[in-house]
Write a protein that binds this ligand. Structure first.
Ligand code: CAA
Length: 256
């Protein structure tokens, strides 16, 4: 049985679902390799404009597979080359919307933080409990969390291992939107459909510039932004969108 399933519930939208319910979607090497293959394929699929990533009602993902890691040495951890699996998500040019129900812990929280937008159910919990296992996050948990919620909340979560609720995560800036648990996937799909209706070149530039700019000096980031903004003036979709506004009609985007 596949550990990761992909459906296409709406035009231009993919729904990627982790499917290891018996282990709370713990991120085994096999699961991560499937995830990598799917994201690589979706990144290359010109028809796909937005991706929803979800788990099940109990767990988005409960982190790396502790049972598989229990006897591992540093050399074995390194040999797994897990960074190549994460890179498929990190380098995905399409917007990723995480739809989080239940536990998003450890690598599961790090997985959610690879998304561009996070929709969470009221019952979701986010945490980095690695410290309790005598280890620490290894897929961006110290860095992306600090960038999302700031040093002081990140330190509290990372050093105590204590999870936070969806409402706390929203207040801290880790979550884009909190909805009823049963509405999470529907809401995330609605967000993805809205994005998929936008001109794809503009969407791609906005995602790339925002992410690149976050880690660049402000002057450099603003220059990146200006250049990408000017470049978009050469797109057919820009001409169509502005003409449609003038003509008071709905634009028809070609993605060029
Ligand atoms: N790895 C392996 N198996 C896991 C798992 C994990 N991360 N999380 C849950 N499971 C398994 C359990 O062992 C259990 O299996 P059995 O039925 O065979 O005993 C099954 O999933 C159901 O789990 P629980 O009975 O514990 O379910 P629960 O609803 O009572 O609790 C939970 C859920 C709070 C998520 C709890 O399972 C838990 O605390 N899991 C571990 C969370 C964690 O510490 N994550 C960080 C891992 S390290 C990491 O992620 C960092 C890294 O990249 C290196």
């Amino acid at each position: 049985m596949a550990l990761v399933e992909v459906e296409f519930p709406q035009p231009h939208v993919a729904l990627v679902r982790l499917n290891r319910p018996e282990a709370r979607n713990a991120l085994s090497t096999e699961l991560r390799e499937e995830l990598r293959a799917h994201f690589a394929a979706l990144s290359d699929n010109a028809d796909i404009r937005a991706i929803v990533l979800t788990g099940n009602d109990k767990a988005f993902a409960a982190g790396a597979d502790i049972k598989a890691m229990a006897a591992m040495t540093p050399g074995q951890m390194k040999a797994r080359g897990d960074e190549r699996n994460w890179a498929a998500l990190r380098n995905c040019p399409k917007p990723i919307v995480a739809a989080v129900n239940g536990y998003a812990l450890g690598g599961g929280c790090e997985l959610a933080m690879h998304a561009d937008i996070i929709v969470a159910g009221h019952g979701a919990t986010f945490g980095q409990p690695e410290v309790k296992l005598g280890i620490m996050p290894g897929a961006g948990g110290t860095q992306r969390l600090a960038r999302a919620v700031g040093k002081y909340r990140a330190m509290l979560m990372l050093l105590t291992g204590m999870p936070i609720s969806a409402d706390e995560a929203f207040a801290a800036g880790l979550v884009s939107k909190v909805v009823a648990d049963e509405d999470v996937v529907t809401e995330a799909l609605a967000v993805a459909v809205s994005i998929a209706a936008m001109p794809p070149l503009a969407v791609a530039e906005i995602k790339q510039v925002l992410l690149a700019g976050l880690d660049a000096p402000l002057d450099v980031a603003l220059m990146l932004e200006r250049r990408a903004a000017y470049l978009l003036f050469d797109s057919n979709d820009k001409r169509e969108a502005m003409q449609a506004f003038v003509d008071k009609r709905k634009p028809l985007f070609s993605g060029t």
